[in-house]
Write a protein that binds this ligand. Structure first.
Ligand SMILES: [Zn+2]
Length: 222
């Protein structure tokens, strides 16, 4: 048997045998380990850390988490996380509501906003179509996007989904839904990262960059 495998088995069995001296501690560790990327050992370390911290600091964390869960809203228009009915981006009169950037989740809104390169609005789908994970179009905020297009007030949809098969499927599904309406569609360019050597770029990315090549004059603007 491989040594790593023996080590892993030992580690698992050691944890399985771990006796908690307190039911409260065990409960806290079990809850903490439900978080993504947090195993039971890390959960134990974090809970013990919280116990060592000044009491008010731990209560502030607990309070912030419970408040964010209870009080946060999703923007009625774009489904971004918001404290109010409409998010700050949708409410901003300086944003161009004729351009809508379609993204998978709230983190993507933050990523695009950080570039300061997009002055339109967003539409957060809440995921991407993934039959393998049982996620269909009806599970996403697609119908509200189609309604926006049907209203005739949208000039262009910019698809900014991740460049995966699921992302492409989602783009294509939406594209089919809005066919026949007077709206332009585009996808964010996919290409070689700034500063990357070509020989280290994977062939799919390089291939797409050649297909999506831009006129040289356009490249001078960036
Ligand atoms: Zn919004």
């Amino acid at each position: 048997m491989h040594y790593n495998w023996i080590f892993l088995c030992l580690k698992i069995s050691t944890f399985a045998l771990m006796e908690f001296s307190s039911k409260l501690l065990e409960n806290a560790v079990n809850e903490m380990s439900q978080l993504p990327g947090i195993g039971k050992r890390t959960a134990l370390r974090l809970v013990l850390h919280l116990l060592r911290q000044p009491e008010n600091q731990t209560f502030q964390l607990a309070d912030a988490l419970s408040k964010v869960r209870r009080e946060i809203n999703f923007c009625k228009s774009c489904h971004n996380i918001s404290d109010k009915v409409l998010c700050e981006i949708c409410e901003n009169p300086n944003r161009n509501s004729e351009f809508i950037c379609v993204v998978e989740d709230v983190r993507d809104v933050m990523a695009v906003e950080n570039t300061s390169s997009f002055k339109g609005l967003y539409h957060v789908l809440g995921g991407k179509i993934s039959p393998m994970d049982g996620i269909g179009p009806q599970d996403l905020n697609i119908s509200t996007l189609v309604e926006k297009v049907k209203s005739g007030k949208v000039k262009e949809l910019v698809f900014a989904m991740s460049p995966t098969m699921e992302g492409d499927t989602t783009n294509f599904y939406i594209f089919k839904q809005i066919q026949g309406y007077n709206v332009a569609t585009s996808t964010i360019a996919r290409g070689v990262a700034a500063g990357n050597e070509l020989e280290y770029t994977d062939e799919i990315t390089l291939g797409r960059s050649i297909i999506d090549r831009v006129p040289f004059e356009a490249s001078l603007k960036s």
